[in-house]
Write a protein that binds this ligand. Structure first.
Ligand code: FES
Length: 290
């Protein structure tokens, strides 16, 4: 029961507070401090003829009564002007267009330069030197060169030795060599030269040392382990597993062309088509037979 009374009292008090607040809002002093109200009363511009300032409603009512009725002019505003896009010709190139075109142009220029560099890098170049087809020279002159150099001509650009192949051994060669090798060997008999030609790879078939010629024996003799080969690269002694490797040869219009990109394995052990024996002392001593 006391609780019910307390609730009723609270509700009544709340109603009183709400009514008081609404009356204060309606009064001219609502929300103003005492100092502000005193200042407003002392300001003649805010004076309304009485000692007290008008409330909001009173002020609005006074204004409405003072307003002449029926002569309120409604001025219509001008209709909105429709948007007309600027003439691009008159406008010319805008700053945005200029920068866009500049950026695209620079990117295109850079990409095309990069693409050109890649293309130039990948484009097949005309190769020369070892690995390419080397035009050694006129076969007659090459044979003369071989003779003048005591049977051996070294061509460093092709890492090869060039020696003559005797015409008398061609028939044996036909049974022992491939067509790629025979093209040079048979050039003498088939094209009317004093001898054919062989182009031998300088690399020893054993372990890869460079094989020099031996002037006294007229053979090739490897300084590393003593492998020996006759003048046309057929194995005569030492640990080499075969004769000297050689290159495919062609005679093109009388010019000797050696394809250093095509290495042909040397003939097997026991091949001795020329029958050339050592013509003097060996340069490397006794060959170690394997
Ligand atoms: S590398 Fe020539 S004989 Fe061994």
């Amino acid at each position: 029961m006391p609780v019910v009374l307390a609730v009723i009292v609270l509700v009544v008090l709340a109603g009183v507070v709400l009514v008081g607040a609404s009356r204060r809002r309606d009064s001219g002093a609502a929300g103003l401090s005492r100092e502000v109200r005193r200042s407003d009363r002392s300001n003649p511009a805010l004076a309304t003829g009485g000692d007290e300032a008008l409330s909001g409603r009173e002020f609005e009512a006074a204004e409405a009564a003072a307003r002449p009725a029926g002569d309120v002019a409604i001025v219509e505003s001008a209709p909105p002007v429709p948007f007309v896009a600027p003439d691009p010709v008159a406008l010319g190139v805008t700053r945005r267009q200029f920068f866009n075109r500049g950026i695209v142009g620079m990117m295109g220029f850079g990409l095309s330069g990069f693409g050109g560099a890649c293309l130039a890098f990948l484009w097949p170049q005309g190769v020369s030197g070892f690995g390419s087809k080397i035009r050694v020279g006129n076969l007659i002159e090459v044979l003369a060169d071989v003779e003048n150099n005591n049977g051996f001509v070294y061509k460093p650009e092709g890492r090869m030795w060039i020696t003559a192949y005797p015409n008398g051994a061609v028939e044996k060669a036909r049974a022992a060599y491939s067509p790629a090798e025979l093209a040079g060997m048979t050039a003498g008999t088939e094209q009317g030269f004093d001898a054919g030609i062989v182009a031998l790879y300088q690399k020893c078939p054993h372990l890869g040392c460079r094989v020099p010629n031996c002037v006294s024996s007229q053979w090739f003799e490897c300084p590393c382990h003593g492998s020996q080969f006759n003048q046309v690269g057929e194995k005569r002694g030492g640990p080499s597993p075969r004769g000297m490797d050689r290159f495919a040869v062609a005679v093109d219009g009388g010019v000797l062309v050696v394809d250093t990109g095509t290495i042909v394995q040397g003939p097997p052990i026991g091949t001795n088509t020329t029958g050339q024996e050592a013509e003097g002392p060996h340069c490397i001593g006794e060959a170690g037979g394997h």
